[in-house]
Design a protein around this ligand. Structure first.
Ligand SMILES: Nc1ncnc2c1ncn2[C@@H]1O[C@H](COP(=O)(O)OP(=O)(O)O)[C@@H](O)[C@H]1O
Ligand SMILES: [Mg+2]
Length: 278
């Protein structure tokens, strides 16, 4: 993609500011800033328990922060439930997929958002299965996802195909921002490549993408920016074109607390206790 200005020069599609969240005595997030830009893939990395899932659950309306604010395109937004976030164009693929295994592909793409035709004589509305199948087919074709028959139950698909359907659903509904929590965790190399490719297509179509992954090679391959979290804090931002995986690991593990290894612009301040990289 050729563009005159880097995506970050524009106002973010989504900006989270000073987000804090605790669960009982556990501080899951402390004063976290995060931003996602149109046409930009931001990877969110950090060790288990760093707060990644909590942050994206707040952005997708699944949980409420104790404090902090969210804004989209510069205007404050308040998400009280996932429906609010979805209505704002934010779509999330959680790690556990949340597909319905016994339903076919169109039914899964339209799960809980079925196309409905009014019933005759005021009777119950019914699902417009043909319309859903046609739109599902078209959408999967657009993204080069091959699944054989649309009438297959999802539990007959391979892991990679299932994940593709989950990602495709996210892409289908997410107009502003899509969030993917470990979308390639269960996939082999070829299937992962398909998912990364799909993410890039969505990015190039102008949607903001948040990509959570433990797979640093994939993160460095796909991301435009890397946000690093540790113990509930945002500890830095890396530019995958210039940073190394060692630097990413150092930030994740706290071997260094360098605020930003290679990206000069950042709103966050160092938070003390800095140990310079060796
Ligand atoms: N619903 C919850 N109840 C209690 N503790 C939670 C809950 N969700 C997350 N936590 C805790 O918050 C911290 C951050 O978790 P999480 O956001 O899932 O991290 P990550 O996704 O980076 O692995 C962890 O210590 C986790 O145990
Ligand atoms: Mg998680």
């Amino acid at each position: 993609m050729v563009s005159a200005a880097p995506a970050q020069a524009l106002a973010p599609i989504l900006r989270a500011r000073a987000i804090s969240k605790r669960f009982g005595n556990v501080i899951a997030l402390q004063d976290v800033d995060f931003e996602a830009y149109a046409g930009d893939i931001v990877a969110l990395i950090g060790d288990n328990g760093a707060g990644k899932s909590t942050l994206i659950k707040i952005i997708s309306g699944a949980i409420l922060p104790d404090s902090g604010t969210l804004a989209m395109r510069g205007s404050p937004v308040y998400f009280h439930n996932p429906r609010d976030a979805r209505d704002a164009g934010i779509e999330t693929a959680y790690q556990d997929l949340a597909l319905a295994p016994d339903l076919d592909i169109p039914a899964n793409l339209f799960l809980a958002r079925e196309i409905v035709r009014p019933g005759l004589l005021g009777r119950l509305d019914f699902f417009d299965r043909r319309a859903m199948r046609e739109r599902a087919e078209e959408h999967l074709r657009d993204f080069g996802i091959k699944v054989g028959s649309m009438e297959q139950r999802v539990d007959t698909l391979s892991g990679g195909q299932r994940q593709s359907i989950a990602v495709a659903r996210t892409v289908f509904w997410g107009s502003a921002l899509i969030i993917m929590d470990e979308p390639t965790a269960a996939l082999g190399v070829a299937q992962s490549a398909l998912v990364l490719d799909l993410m890039r297509k969505v990015r190039d179509a102008g949607t903001a993408v948040v990509f959570i992954s433990h797979n640093l090679p994939q993160v460095f391959e796909a991301a435009d920016r890397i946000a690093v979290m540790r113990h509930g804090r945002r500890v830095g931002t890396l530019d995958p074109r210039t940073a190394t995986m060692d630097q990413a690991v150092s930030l994740m593990t706290g071997a260094t607390t360098l605020e930003s290894v290679s990206q000069p612009r950042s709103s966050q301040q160092n938070r003390g206790g800095n140990i310079p990289p060796s």
